[in-house]
Design a protein around this ligand. Sequence first.
Ligand code: FAD
Length: 549
Amino acid sequence: MKLLIVGGVAGGASAAARARRLSEDAQIVLFDRGPDVSFANCGLPYYIGGEIVERKKLLVTTPEMLRARFQLDVRTQSNVESINRGAKTIRVRDLESGREYEESYDKLILAPGAAPLRPPIPGIDLPGVLTLRNLHDVDRIKARIDQGVHQAVVVGAGFIGLELVENFVKRGVATTVVELQDQVLPPFDKEMTTPLLESLNKRGVRVLLGDSAERFEETPAGLIVHLKSGRQLPAPLVILGVGVRPENKLAVDAGLDVGPRGGIRVDKHLRTSDPDIYAVGDAIEVKDFVSGDPTQVPLAGPANRQGRIAADNIFGRTATYRGTQGTAIVGLFDRTAAMTGASEKTLRRSGRLFRKVYIHPMHHAGYYPGAEAMSLKLLFDPATGQVLGAQAVGGQGVDKRIDVLAVAIQAGMTVFDLEEMELAYAPQFGSAKDPINMAGFVAGGLMRGEHPQVDLETILAAPASERPFLLDVRTATEFTAGHIPGAVNIPVDELRARLGELPRDRRIAAYCQVGQRGYIATRILLQSGWEAANVGGGYKTYRLFYPNG
Ligand code: FAD
């Protein structure tokens, strides 16, 4: 068996190593047009910031190590120019010597990744407008900062954009981030990104939402970014982080099927429309695990797993890729945001029915020093309770909860399963009722109709005359510090004695800080003859939607 692999980083290197573990006899050749293979793309921003000090740590392995351990024929600086499917050969250009040659294959794996998008706007090719994908890029960016650049503009507030912002700020670079959407981290639901925006503001990052770069201009005074709004940002360093596009040229030229957004089409065994060619990683179209729809999700975990699966299938094991959930996480200063599965906006876009709950637990027992708050949003099917998606933002413990929920989604679990989950607990690690259990209790209660809950957005979207009577059951001090406009304050502990102050002819929406006291108040009101509901997630959820009150 002669296996050729195009692309030697996440998907390609995983496939190559797996292939060798499955076959000592195979001839395995790994091509990459760059000078490195198997480098840590995900670590690049932290090398700029100085967290990763030694450049060589970014090289997870080297061509020499791959040759020694896995007997791989690693050819760097080798661009694969074309595929001849009929002859089962590829054409390779050695970028150092310029020599071109052909190489035959029995099986071919395409793992060429995705390239940063460079929209066709004037000045996009100016030398100061950079993108970040590999070590060459990181060297250029780091050199600028080492030379003393004090100002930067990051266009795009996605995962890579925000990681760069954090690391620029760490290096003392005054940074502006420009984002077309009206929120940072567009894959998340907007309200869940409020704490990130606050964190950026606190660190002095200028965040321009709902704006975009229209033109880049080199002037005698330096580079200027012209925004659609008319703003002009002088910036010696500009980074574009506006997304990626699959590197599909080889596949398209060879007549392989690609999806409407350019991802190489593969079956569940990661075989392309040519049975002798497999494709993995950022270059492919995958099945969305929740919706089943085709999508593209450029993440390292899926690319690595797909590499293994492709090799398994080539060497006689039947392995199936289940689809991609989009489980992702980002750290931003002291905040962590993570998500898995569907977001509310993707569910709305697809017209799928859902319910949601918000909870705001501490990451471990509140009485144990160092507990940090998080906000967790859970989306689930209204008929079955099946978990569809989750997002969390906070400090410590966010990663663990999203990972548990990622497993729940993959296992097809329901909110009732979350109620029953038995998770590791000691006070410094979690709570006897873990945030996962709590989310399950709230969602399970809703599903069973145990207590009525009303969404804040539903209340606030209704005309004033149709809104329920908003009852704030927190303490007077909490109420004074901030409340939902129009609310009346009766602390929950005084509620039984002060029921006479409530209108008999109106529905009551009770809220507290996170939902717990609102739930108790709702129970009191229901049993006293009122039509009442608890405002899901309480005042903390309100502040996610309306951070300025
Ligand atoms: P790549 O890793 O991009 O490798 C493709 C390789 O193929 C490249 O080296 C390319 O030069 C080579 N190639 C392409 N075409 C040819 C050709 N014709 N001939 C020869 N060689 C070719 N994901 C996460 O999940 N978490 C993170 O924290 C995270 N952080 C990231 C941070 C940065 C700065 C970047 C850039 C990406 C990050 N990612 C992260 C995404 C993750 O790195 C990618 O999803 C993953 O690397 C994709 O693997 P791949 O094998 O498909 O492509």
